[in-house]
Design a protein around this ligand. Structure first.
Ligand code: ADP
Ligand code: MG
Length: 697
């Protein structure tokens, strides 16, 4: 049987040499197999036409047939819309467009029969369909049932290679292809995952016989795609773990227990307890821990870090905590040394601005083992820093640390220390599984009790008067205020000018209060001094750039104002908001924007106003931007070129795929069983040209 990945598409009836070149260039489709795995992006159920008087409030996409009786354009600027009245003799429905108005009004005619497809909704107690699809009525008669739609580019369309033509070409391909198509999953996996055979899946993805079979086809193909992705990631991870034995922390000792009994200022949340158990299991296993701890801002990650470090200390190891900024490092240092004071442990702070003399003392303590816990910045990983017995490294706010920096840490002891990476920028679990294939993930999904949810509002920046009055009231009640300006690139002079003007403006508006300012271009000492003014309560208002985004803790601050909120991404807005709401008072976050907003921006702002949940926000972010733009993925440079699965939406399938991939490797780590032969072949085929996923972590 010929291998369809080596058959050229130009021999398929309806393609020919010219269209073949177009398909090569526009869609990267060369072989029969490439074409066969170019899936429709949607299907339209043409099997039933509804009558308008059958429509109820909440229906899925439906098809109607009738005439446009009237066109009307209303509104100005953003509110401009085109409304068509559409009738089929049983009733009337409105068709509405917000975009492409001129084109639509010219294209569709009165007194012509059309088929309209879309999702009806009720607005102002009238039925309407926004941005429906409209076809000449007779076009539909010939193609009943579920109709596939293929994405085509502008260039393809101008060469009349549209979705309909693609559909015909697919039919010709299917007619000429040697059937049945070979299976690409072992029989036991097909049974375990309850998926249909590949041949059936491919037939129904292009020519669905029923909605049920289409669903099964999609499930099978998504599963397969995610399964091989996971198998590939886990294969390398398992190999790595095999090589990397880790230090075993056998006991929960004196320091941990005393801390738990005597020093804990509050009861741990259940989520904190669960995560500590997960960490405990890792460090006791004899393998090196590589764990990503995700917890929303304010969820209490520091305490988990500290108690993990106590596990190391109790087993005769040193531990260190690395933070991305000096401000954060010194804050951690103060919190942690205060908390463990009764235990009599030595805790040091090492940053870039530690004086030479002090630095020598700290280096010495690390080398001799006199120091138990060290908190610091990048200064900790310099080559001049050696440890006596480093057993655990905690990295706070992971996205500011590169892979290379982490690798440097691994060399600080005879074996690599356990690594706990903490982040408050929640990555959806599904994405974490894909991007950080080698990191196990723990989640703190619960905030300490008694927090009042932050109230978030969106305001246009021409309504400053009322806002300033509200700020004044807060300050009179003893609260403090953050005002944040965007800084796209810290080097951009115009941005800095923005900030400085804002600073002057605020000083003019609030002459009776003290205003301080922090930005990334300042020297560390200067920055610290300004921060200190705010932390101590001397200054009432802090004007800043996003340097305060990460981790800063001033519980008395109750208002976060974000200027030009349209210029921030969702996760950044959420981080910034997390700087307030840390005390017992009601806190507020105000998102200031101009009136000119894109649809996406509006959605972002809505989400911020609606929810405080970081995971919900990151899911929404993923949906809005797609995985390629997410923080973390950019850094690791992964392009997501999945053909059918959607990491944002197919979380459950991904989980199933991961579980089964894991089971495969458990049974047969080298994939040498006869029935796993196909897995090796497929992995080679799929990942031949792609990234080496093992390098990503
Ligand atoms: P983040 O996860 O953002 O780093 P922190 O560790 O800074 O959060 O904790 C936020 C605040 O919550 C701190 O003031 C901390 O003392 C407090 N906190 C942590 N755990 C608990 C708990 N279980 N109960 C009450 N307060 C807690
Ligand atoms: Mg923190």
């Amino acid at each position: 049987m010929p291998d369809i990945s080596s058959l050229d598409i130009k021999y398929i009836p309806g393609v020919g040499p010219q269209r073949a070149i177009l398909l090569n260039k526009e869609l990267n489709i060369f072989s029969w197999e490439d074409l066969l795995t170019y899936y429709p992006y949607k299907y339209i159920d043409r099997s039933r036409t509804y009558k308008i008087n059958e429509i109820t409030g909440n229906m899925p996409y439906i098809q109607l047939r009738g005439f446009i009786t009237h066109f009307e354009t209303t509104g100005e600027g953003r509110a401009r819309r085109l409304t068509a009245r559409f009738s089929d003799g049983t009733g009337e429905i409105e068709l509405v467009w917000f975009k492409g108005i001129k084109y639509i009004a010219e294209k569709y005619k009165l007194r012509t029969e059309y088929t309209v497809f879309g999702k009806p909704t009720v607005f102002n107690s009238r039925l309407n369909i926004a941005h429906p699809e409209i076809d000449p009525a007779e076009a539909i008669d010939k193609t009943p049932g579920l109709q596939p739609y293929y994405n085509t580019t502008e260039k393809m369309k101008t060469h009349s290679l549209n979705s309909k033509v693609m559909q015909k070409i697919m039919q010709n391909l299917w007619n000429g292809i040697p059937l049945p198509l070979p299976e690409t999953l072992p029989a036991w996996i097909i049974a375990r995952a309850h998926v249909i055979y590949r041949n059936e899946a491919l037939r129904n993805i292009h020519f669905p016989l029923s909605p049920d079979l289409l669903r099964k086809a999609q499930f099978r193909l998504k599963f397969e795609e995610l399964f091989y992705l996971q198998l590939n990631i886990l294969r390398f991870t398992k190999l790595q773990q095999h090589k990397l034995g880790g230090f075993r922390f056998d006991t929960i000792g004196e320091n941990f227990n005393r801390f738990y009994r005597e020093c804990l200022p509050f009861e741990l949340t259940n989520a904190q307890k669960r995560v500590l158990r997960e960490i405990r299991a890792d460090v006791g296993s004899g393998k090196q821990m590589n764990r990503l701890l995700q917890g929303d801002v304010g969820s209490g990650k520091t305490l988990v870090a500290l108690m993990s470090m106590l596990m190391a200390v109790d087993n005769g190891f040193q531990a260190c905590l690395m933070a991305p900024t000096e401000i954060l490092a010194s804050q951690h240092f103060e919190t942690i040394s205060e908390l463990v004071k009764p235990l009599g442990l030595r805790v040091d702070l090492l940053t870039g601005s530690t004086k030479k003399k002090e630095r020598e003392i700290i280096h010495d303590g690390l080398l001799t083992g006199a120091t138990h816990i060290t908190i610091g910045t990048h200064a900790l990983i310099e080559d001049t820093v050696g440890f006596s017995n480093l057993g655990l490294v905690v990295i706070d706010e992971q996205h500011r640390f590169g892979v290379a920096q982490r690798a440097k840490l691994w060399k600080k002891n005879s074996r690599p220390p356990h690594i706990l990476v903490m982040t408050a920028t929640p990555i959806p679990r599904t994405l974490a599984m894909t991007v950080y294939g080698d990191l196990d993930v723990s989640v703190i999904d619960e905030l300490p009790p008694g927090r009042k949810p932050i109230q978030t509002m969106h305001q246009y920046d021409n309504r400053r008067g009322a806002l300033y009055a509200a700020i004044r009231k807060q300050i009179e009640q003893g609260r403090q205020i953050y005002i944040v300006y965007p800084l796209i690139q810290e080097s951009e002079k115009s941005d800095l000018k923005n900030l400085e003007e804002g600073f002057e403006h605020i000083q003019e508006v609030f002459p009776e209060y003290k205003v301080c300012m922090v930005h990334g271009k300042m020297k560390p000492a200067e920055k610290d001094a300004e921060m200190q003014k705010f932390a101590s309560g001397q200054a009432h208002i802090m004007v800043a750039t996003t340097v305060i985004e990460v981790g800063v803790n001033v519980p008395n601050a109750s208002v976060m104002i974000i200027e030009n909120a349209e210029r921030f991404g969702l996760s950044q807005l959420h981080q910034l908001r997390g700087r307030v709401g840390r005390g017992a008072d009601q806190s507020y976050c105000i998102l200031m924007t101009s009136h000119k907003l894109s649809e996406d921006t509006r959605k972002r702002l809505d989400i911020m106003v609606q929810t405080n949940d970081g995971f919900e926000i990151s899911e929404a972010d993923l949906q809005l931007r797609g995985p390629g733009d997410m923080e973390g993925t950019q850094q690791s440079g992964i392009a997501f070129d999945l053909k059918i699965a959607n990491i944002a939406k197919d979380g459950q399938i991904l989980q199933l795929a991961r579980n089964i991939a894991s089971e495969v490797l458990e049974k047969d780590p080298n994939l040498s069983d006869n029935e796993h032969h196909i897995l090796n072949i497929q992995l080679q085929k799929i990942f031949k040209k792609k990234y080496n996923w093992s390098l990503i972590s």
